[in-house]
Structures are given as C-alpha cells and as structure tokens.
Design a protein. Structure first.
Length: 317
C-alpha cells in the first residue's frame, strides 16, 4: 500500500470512529457541540494553582515553583526555634483554570499572603540584633529607630553637647516571628535600656573562699559552683581564675565631648651681662607678663565616667 493510501485510510478510520461515537451518544448533536466548545474554551486557558491556607483561598500561583520559593523564603526568614509553627499553617494547592494575568508569579507576594493569613501564629516583624543576638522584636521598624534615639539622648545626661554613639553592633532585620513575641515600642525601649548578667573572669585572692566570692558579686553559691563546674568540696587557691556573674548594660554608649580651657603661659626671665652696672647689681629692662592660651581636649565618657582625655589643639590668645 502506498503512503498516501495509508493516510487516507487513517482519516476514514478516524472519521468513522467519530461518527460511531455520535451515533451511540445519548446526547443530541447540539449538546455535544456545546460540550466540545466548552472543552476547547478551557484548553485555551492557563491552568493555575489555587493556594488555600487554613481552608481559605488567598491567591492563585502560576506554577508549583512559585509556591516552593515562597515556602523557602518563609523558612529562611523565620527563627529556628519557631520553625515548628509553620506546620500548624495548613496550606493546599488545587488546579484551577484562570486567565494568566490573574496568576501570581512573585514568591515574595505569596510569602506575605501566607503570613498574613496565619497572623494568629506568625507575623512579619523586625528583630533588633545586638552583637548578633536577637534582643527584641516589633512590628514597626520606626519603633526601634525611635527607641535607639531616645536611649542615646538619655545617656547624655548633663552632657547635652556630647556626641553619643553605640559601641555595640546593632542590626535591624526583617523576618517572620511568632505573633505572641511581637513587642510594643515601650517594651522595646525598656529591653534595650536594661541590663543583663554576663560571665567575667575573676582571680582568686589570698583571703577568698567560695562563700566570700559569692557575697562579693551578689551571687548564690549553687550558681557560682554551677558556672564553674565545681562541687562544694572542691578547693580553690590564690591565683586561680574562676567565672563570676556581673551586671552589664545591653547597649553600651560612648560620649565624646570637646572641652575648651584657658591656661596661663608663665613668662621666662632672661639675664644679660651689662658692663655699666656694678658687680652684683641687677636692673629690669622689661617687665615680664603671663601669657594665655586656649587648649582643646577630646573627652570620652562611658557609664557616666570620664575614661579618656586627649589634647587636640593649643592656640595662643
């Protein structure tokens, strides 16, 4: 059989097959035509994925990769200790025929919608990290900035002309946090302006004992023993280094101030030989006078105490 004959035979077979379906169909021809038209219509549409969170439709994504990337963004921005809460947000994907322009193609947008839907559990917020440690959380970045400025002004005290700056590394990072841990502006300021306990080394002196050291640093004996991995019966000796707990500011502020002082310059006395005077006699040829100069010092204060004074300029008046 020739190739053309084979093609003709195939067309006839396909045609007879369609005719057979039409003959056996219980639907009238008009209904079948409507069905075929409907199938063709949906085949021309884009099939998106309807995203449901906790049983509520929140968006239609263009494909599964967008949803996967949104999930990755959530896991990257959430604290390790909070990741278990992601599982309590039930999300489902359903195939839905929608026009392409109604599909969301941005993972960031999908991520935000998921977080918004789960706001009883998770919320977008801003974390304050002091020396890489998460210290406070709020839902408004301005709350943090305002609190930091107020703390700097507070630390100036009577030295209002001083330049105040934090010595610590402070970072504000946007992320996903447990809703119950979001704090108010007042609480943020209270936390950042508070103190914390930190361990510091202490050298044991001749008269020291565990009891005396605990009293000196206002510690209870079990805590002192625990942080040094010691027991009651373990001896300590002069020269040993042990750990103690001391109170320390969460944020450390340095104040820099320029101080201008006037200082006297004492005059010098210069003696010259004069052959017209009798031996042993002196005569003042010009009265000396005390000079005056302005000296500028750079002062540095920490915790309200001056820790450094450096001369930066000296000018004769």
């Amino acid at each position: 059989m020739r190739v053309s004959d084979f093609k003709n035979a195939k067309k006839k077979s396909k045609k007879s097959s369609i005719e057979s379906i039409l003959k056996k169909s219980i639907l009238p021809i008009s209904a079948f035509t409507l069905f075929a038209t409907t199938v063709y219509y949906w085949n021309t549409k884009t099939y998106g994925l309807s995203l449901e969170c906790n049983g509520q439709h929140i968006a239609t994504v263009s494909d599964g990769k967008v949803y996967e990337e949104a999930n990755r963004l959530i896991r990257n921005q959430i604290l390790p200790s909070e990741k278990f809460k992601v599982h309590t947000v039930e999300s489902k994907l359903k195939i839905t025929p929608v026009p392409f322009e109604e599909c969301c193609t941005q993972p960031e947008t999908i991520k935000n919608k998921i977080v918004e839907q789960s706001n009883e559990i998770l919320s977008m917020g801003y974390g304050v990290y002091v020396n890489d440690n998460l210290t406070a959380i709020t839902d408004n970045e301005e709350n943090i900035q305002t609190s930091l400025k107020e703390i700097l002004e507070l630390k100036k005290g009577n030295l209002q002309e001083a330049k105040a700056e934090f010595e610590d590394k402070i970072e504000i990072k946007k992320g996903i946090f447990s809703t119950e841990k979001i704090q108010t502006k007042e609480k943020i300021k209270e936390i950042l302006n508070s103190k914390k306990l930190k361990t510091t080394p202490y050298t044991v002196k001749e008269e020291d004992s565990i009891v005396e050291i605990a009293k000196k640093f206002d510690m209870d004996i079990p805590t002192l023993l625990a942080i040094n991995c010691k027991k009651n019966e373990d001896p300590i000796f002069p020269g040993d280094t042990i750990k103690v707990l001391v109170s320390d500011d969460i944020l450390h502020v340095k104040l820099t101030l320029l101080e201008h002082l006037k200082e006297e310059i004492p005059y010098q006395t210069i003696c010259e030989e004069d052959g017209n005077l009798m031996k042993g006699h002196q005569e003042v040829s010009q009265e000396g006078s005390t000079g005056l100069e302005e000296v500028t010092y750079r002062l540095i204060y920490k915790n309200g105490k001056e820790i450094s004074r450096e001369e930066v300029e000296r000018k004769t008046l």
